[in-house]
Ligand binder design. Structure first.
Ligand SMILES: O=C(O)CCC(=O)C(=O)O
Ligand SMILES: [Fe+2]
Length: 229
C-alpha cells in the first residue's frame, strides 16, 4: 500500500521541494550530466566523474579500512537475511585524498559540503549485496529524532563506481525501472524526495549481488540541513 508507506516515511516539505528543484536545475544545465530517469524520480549520471587514479586511491583507502557494513533500521530481522552483506568504511573528509573529491561532489549538485554525511566506501565480494531499501529516513522509526537533530531528512544521494565489475553488482531501482551497471568513474545521483518534498518511495533500490569480481563504490548522502557541525 503505497499511500500508507508515504505517510509513515514522512510528509511534504517546502524546503525539501526547493532543494529538489534547485539541484535538478543545476544538473540540467550541466552538459556532462545525463538524465537517467524520467517521471518516477529525479536521477542523473555523469560518465568519468573520477579519473582512474582517483578511483584507485579511494579503493586503496577502502581496502585499508573496511569492516562489515551496518544498517540503520528498527528491524533487527534484516540482519539475519543478509540484507547488507558488504564491507564499508567512513572516508576521512579531511584527508587530502578525500576532501577535493568530497567538495567536487557537493559542487556538482550545488549543495553545501556541510550538508553531506561522511562519505561511505563500500566493497562487495562475490555474493555480497545490499537488498532493496530507501536511503531516506522513515520518520516513524526510533532513529528519527536523532537524525532530525543531525541535519534532518536525506535528500540527494550521489554514488560513484570505482571499478568495472566482471558480472553482477548493478544498482537496481525496481519500481522506478532503472538498472545501472558498475562502470569505473561513473557518478549516479538521485533525489530521494518527491516534487512536494515528501519521501519518494519509488526510489527503492538495491545493490544486486556481485557474481564475479569485486565491486567498490563510494556513497554520499546529503541532508536537508547541516550535518557537519
Ligand atoms: O551498491 C549499490 O549499488 C547501492 C548502494 C546503496 O544503495 C547505498 O549505499 O545506499
Ligand atoms: Fe542506498
Amino acid at each position: 500500500m503505497l499511500g500508507t508507506k508515504k505517510i509513515t516515511a514522512g510528509g511534504p516539505s517546502k524546503d525539501r521541494a526547493r532543494i529538489g528543484q534547485t539541484v535538478a536545475a543545476r544538473l540540467d544545465a550541466n552538459p556532462r550530466m545525463q538524465p537517467a530517469l524520467v517521471g518516477a524520480a529525479q536521477a542523473y549520471y555523469h560518465l568519468d566523474f573520477l579519473n582512474p587514479t582517483q578511483c584507485d586511491t579511494l579503493i586503496r583507502i577502502i581496502d585499508g579500512n573496511r569492516r562489515p557494513s551496518t544498517l540503520l533500521s528498527d528491524r533487527p530481522e534484516r540482519e539475519d537475511y543478509g540484507f547488507r552483506t558488504s564491507e564499508s568504511c567512513d572516508m576521512d573528509r579531511w584527508s587530502p585524498d578525500v576532501q577535493p573529491i568530497d567538495d567536487s561532489i557537493a559542487d556538482l549538485l550545488g549543495l553545501p559540503a556541510v550538508s553531506g554525511e561522511t562519505m561511505q566506501g563500500q566493497r562487495y565480494a562475490p555474493g555480497q549485496q545490499f537488498r532493496a531499501h530507501h536511503d531516506f529516513f522513515h520518520e516513524n522509526q526510533k532513529y528519527w529524532p536523532e537524525m532530525r537533530r543531525s541535519g534532518g531528512q536525506r535528500t540527494w544521494t550521489a554514488m560513484i563506481y570505482l571499478n568495472d565489475v566482471e558480472e553482477g553488482g548493478a544498482t537496481w531501482f525496481p519500481e522506478a525501472g532503472l538498472r545501472v551497471a558498475p562502470r569505473r568513474g561513473l557518478l549516479l545521483a538521485w533525489n530521494n524526495m518527491s516534487a512536494d518534498g515528501s519521501p519518494n518511495t519509488l526510489t527503492l533500490h538495491e545493490g544486486m549481488p556481485v557474481v564475479q569480481g569485486v565491486k567498490y563504490i563510494i556513497t554520499k548522502w546529503f541532508r536537508e540541513g547541516t550535518w557537519l557541525r
